[in-house]
Design a protein around this ligand. Structure first.
Ligand code: SIN
Length: 349
């Protein structure tokens, strides 16, 4: 065999082995019911985040055949305890890991209560096209018919699927794939707890078989202007929920407590009660950004409907729900306090 033949065979072997090489995936655990444990398989009570990442991964050995898995514990909290510190720690770690050539994607295990907000926060702050998947469970690991193991198996299949690249951060729950911007928790207890009410799911994953149906259209990840790499905290933004006979007291309290922004989840197309509207207008005069959102689960909150936004200095959140509008306004306020620039962000992201 001459030198040329030997070199060609060597190159072919290197090529074949790299084709067969398993992807390397980091699984970052934050807590939640997926890491929860109770004392009875037929009772709903449990402690969220009680199970470590190693135990969580050991419960789904099939994922080791799909990828080389590197587990890491970011936090051990129920996601109702989620806060700016953990969000920033998580986003910085995701960016650090995805910058490494040997990491192909990230799965984040998370409680379901605020999974939509964490997913959207990462969608706006991750600076990589590599896939990032959030996954949780509605039943703890000790429950009868726990949904966590299948959800995690499906999440790993989604993260290693080549079609997931470029779709921004996604959420995998109950055999469905949702885009971070659109997904929301719609049921307090069912395993079918997530939906994207304005846009629909973007794909399905059934026993690991991934099928995408749609492409998210809003700017995300590498296309956003947000940079959290040097941030230690985020501006305070509060959400206020409107109702008949509403008050001005909560707006005043939010401002006194240092809110830099208020998301007002108004009635219908984001309409405040008159007394509350006056207090919101006063807050704007004090430099607080007031963004009108809606307590209605679908549709957009639009400018210049029944409310004179120009007169009061309000902006409108378009089709984001109030909790996600809060995430975008917090990040927006790290860049600017200009109302026109912030309004543009709500139409772009
Ligand atoms: C949580 O969000 O941590 C508790 C609920 C859940 O994970 O389903």
């Amino acid at each position: 065999m001459n030198f040329l033949h030997k070199s060609l065979i060597t190159l072919a072997l290197i090529g074949a082995s790299s084709l067969m090489a398993k992807p390397t995936i980091a699984i970052l655990a934050t807590g939640g019911t997926i890491a929860g444990a109770g004392t009875s398989e037929i009772k709903s009570s449990y402690s969220a985040g009680a199970v470590t990442v190693d135990k969580l991964l050991a419960a789904v050995p099939a994922i080791n055949e799909l990828a080389t898995i590197k587990g890491e514990q970011i936090s051990s909290i129920g996601s109702q305890e989620m806060n700016n510190k953990v969000w920033l720690k998580l986003a910085k770690r995701v960016n650090e890991l995805l910058a490494k050539p040997e990491i192909d994607g990230i799965v984040i295990t998370h409680g379901t209560d605020t999974m939509e907000e964490t997913a959207y926060f990462l969608d706006l702050t991750v600076k990589s096209k590599k896939p990032v998947v959030l996954v949780g469970a509605m039943r703890s690991g000790t429950s009868m018919s726990a949904d966590g193991p299948m959800n995690l198996f499906n999440a790993v299949n989604v993260v290693i699927n080549k079609d997931t690249t470029g779709k921004g951060v996604v959420v995998v729950m109950n055999d469905e794939i949702h885009s971070a911007r659109e997904v929301t928790k719609v049921n307090t207890s069912s395993v079918n707890a997530f939906a994207s009410p304005n846009a629909g799911k973007i794909g399905t994953v059934y026993y690991g078989n991934v099928q995408f149906l749609m492409q998210p259209t809003r700017k995300h990840t590498v296309a956003t202007e947000f940079d959290i790499s040097k941030l230690e905290d985020l501006p305070r933004v509060d959400v206020l929920f409107a109702h008949p006979e509403d008050t001005d007291a909560l707006v005043k309290a939010a401002v006194a407590n240092g809110a830099k922004g208020i998301i007002h989840a108004g009635m219908g197309n984001g309409n405040p009660f008159p007394l509350t509207q006056d207090a919101l207008a006063e807050a704007v005069k004090k430099g607080v950004i007031v963004a009108r959102s809606s307590r209605v689960p679908t549709g957009s909150t639009t400018l210049e409907g029944e409310v004179d936004d120009k007169k009061f200095g309000f902006i409108a959140v378009d089709s984001l729900n109030a909790q996600k509008a809060r995430v975008l306004l917090m990040l927006g306020l790290t860049k600017t306090h200009d109302k026109a620039a912030l309004q543009k962000m709500f139409l772009e992201y």
